[in-house]
Design a protein around this ligand. Structure first.
Ligand SMILES: Cc1cc2nc3c(=O)[nH]c(=O)nc-3n(C[C@H](O)[C@H](O)[C@H](O)COP(=O)(O)OP(=O)(O)OC[C@H]3O[C@@H](n4cnc5c(N)ncnc54)[C@H](O)[C@@H]3O)c2cc1C
Length: 535
């Protein structure tokens, strides 16, 4: 067992009796980070990409606003870097940020060459302004469907080239690690309902974040932090998990996930108003509607409390008839709910949106486990600090995915290892577990999401964090002694592990910084807390 009574593996197994598939490079996840890395690696050796749902299902597919990159004449990587560091609340790794902003433009050029069509006007790329950016540097596609366009282009390229073997409906359970080296992964192949082992020279996790930890989230149902949890179980370092970004403006409507009203809407001039119709952002921050996300999310939360309401309004009426052209998807979704953004106020409320922390990597995507890499939202490269600058995450997936491919290529040249690396390995695990289980995984997932929203959410305090800890301990004792069999049960187990890590880190960090706000420690404390919480 790991600390806190966590099992090392989610299931009992013996590698000898499993079907084994060998490859050179194994990538888990089919968002921007996984697809781009697989395209970069497939020329170097046999590459397999596994993903737990349909190929396109990912956070990437739903990204709206765009991708930040300093291309304009009045802009520079230096300015982009300064904005990123400032939004990150003095907690970014400056070296990683420098890499992001200087290598970003080349990666975006490559994304365009791969077929991504960003919006243009008179032959020049259109750019928009988003919160905490001093320049309009956000490229977008089809107005507000940037992620879907990137995903379309990458998926088409991967399928057309036909060099990467794709396995959909294949759920990563655990990483096989021995003597601090990773050899492969255990997966549940849901197409045939079978446990399979994939063994590879290099394993790249691109499994995204953990938005589904919260009742209100913009993240799709697949965002359950599986890669981070499995890496943690395998001995990889994880860090900064207390820093969860809450997006200020998700559409207020029933259901999960919540539909996002992109920051770019405020970038185009929309104003936040409370339910009494009063604009309020100017009294919270000099940048008003374009203040950093954490500031806007807390201001909205405060106004919701003060007016005893579950939402505030976004008044985009001044964008007028440009709205439907600039934001066609948001416009359609609002209309379907009887809201015409060109005439009506849009009800909005904060929702969990982005995981700043994750699997600790160096600037080449390497984890502390040999041959295990991580990129995209599941990784903690240090580029986002305590608060991600809007539209930097798509860029991060490209830049660090490419660097992983470069690093692996170099390594291949240095040491000509064969795929035999894993052939005579023995791995097994046998922990006594109860059957049948006495809980309903979907119901417990909802209870966990409610607990995290209510006690470990936008505004935190010691007493509530401790209450959450206690409840999570109870659920650990319930879930981890049971036999786990289904994807719902595996996802729940991973969510509980992440809940535990997020809550413990949030309790430990006795200061407020970026997205982590403690009511009982409202100030930033550089003297004691300019350090990472790492497990
Ligand atoms: C609504 C919304 C709007 C956003 N807008 C923007 C924006 O405008 N600009 C921006 O920069 N960022 C935006 N973001 C954030 C950005 O989309 C993500 O951070 C980024 O797409 C993450 O890419 P990724 O490849 O790391 O992960 P993802 O795109 O989330 O992909 C993760 C992949 O891993 C797979 N996976 C997960 N667990 C397993 C498992 N156990 N086994 C197998 N496969 C697994 C998933 O199915 C998925 O395919 C937005 C996010 C959301 C939710």
């Amino acid at each position: 067992m790991l600390p806190h009574q966590l099992p090392r593996y989610l299931i009992n197994f013996n590698l000898l009796s499993l079907e084994k598939i060998y490859t050179d490079f194994l990538i888990i996840g089919s968002g921007i980070a996984g697809l781009y890395t697989s395209l970069k690696l497939s020329a170097e050796g046999e590459t397999i990409l596994l993903t737990k749902s349909r190929l396109k299902e990912s956070n990437t597919e739903y990204a709206q606003g765009g991708i930040a990159v300093a291309l304009g004449d009045d802009d520079s990587p230096r300015l982009h870097m300064e904005d990123t560091l400032k939004a990150g609340a003095d907690f970014c790794d400056p070296q990683a940020v420098e890499i992001l902003v200087t290598e970003g433009p080349q990666c975006v050029e490559e994304l365009i060459e791969l077929g991504t069509m960003f919006d243009q006007i008179e032959g020049k790329y259109k750019t928009t302004l988003e919160a905490a950016h001093r320049r309009p540097r956000v490229l977008h596609a089809q107005g507000d469907a940037t992620g879907a366009e990137i995903e379309r282009a990458l998926v088409e390229k991967v399928l057309k080239e036909n060099k990467v073997k794709i396995r959909e409906n294949t759920f990563l359970l655990d990483i096989l690690v021995k003597d601090n080296t990773s050899y492969g992964v255990l997966v549940l192949d849901n197409e045939v309902k079978k446990l399979v082992a994939y063994l590879a020279k290099s394993i790249i996790l691109a499994t995204g974040g953990v938005g589904q930890l919260y009742r209100n989230t913009t993240n799709p149902l697949v965002a359950t932090g599986d890669g981070i949890a499995s890496a943690y179980r395998g001995g990889a370092k994880v860090r900064d998990l207390e820093f969860i970004q809450f997006h200020p403006t998700a559409l207020y409507h029933p259901g999960n996930p919540k539909f996002l009203i992109s920051e770019a809407v405020r970038g185009e001039g929309a104003i936040l108003k409370n339910i009494r119709g009063e604009a309020f952002m100017a009294s919270y921050h000099p940048q008003a509607e374009l203040a950093p996300r954490d500031v806007v999310a807390r201001a909205i939360f405060d106004q919701m409390k003060k007016t005893n309401s579950d939402y505030v309004y976004l008044d985009a009426t001044k964008i007028k008839d440009r709205f439907s052209q600039r934001f066609p998807n948001i416009y359609e979704r609002c209309l379907s709910l009887g809201i015409n953004p060109e005439k009506d106020y849009i009800p909005v409320a904060p929702a969990s949106h982005y995981t700043m922390g994750g699997i600790k990597t160096d600037t080449w995507g390497k984890t502390n486990i040999t041959d295990l890499y991580a990129c995209g939202e599941c990784a903690s490269t240090g580029v986002h600090g305590a608060n991600r600058l809007a539209s930097n995450s798509l860029l991060e997936g490209l830049v660090f995915g490419k660097r992983i491919a470069q690093r692996i290529k170099e390594k291949e040249r240095e040491d000509d290892r064969s795929t035999q690396k894993s052939k005579d390995l023995s791995f097994s695990y046998n922990l006594p577990r109860k059957k049948p289980k006495n809980y309903d995984p979907l119901k417990l997932r909802e209870e966990l999401q409610n607990l995290m929203w209510d006690k470990v959410g936008i505004i935190r305090k010691s007493s509530e964090l401790k209450e959450a800890q206690q409840k999570i301990e109870e659920w650990k004792a319930l879930v981890f002694v049971s036999e786990l069999e289904t994807v719902e049960e595996f996802e729940l187990a991973n969510l509980i592990i992440l809940a535990d890590l997020v809550t413990n880190s949030a309790l430990l960090r006795e200061e407020s910084r970026g997205a982590h706000y403690r009511e009982d420690f409202p100030e930033r404390d550089d003297q004691n807390w300019k350090k990472h919480i790492e497990y």
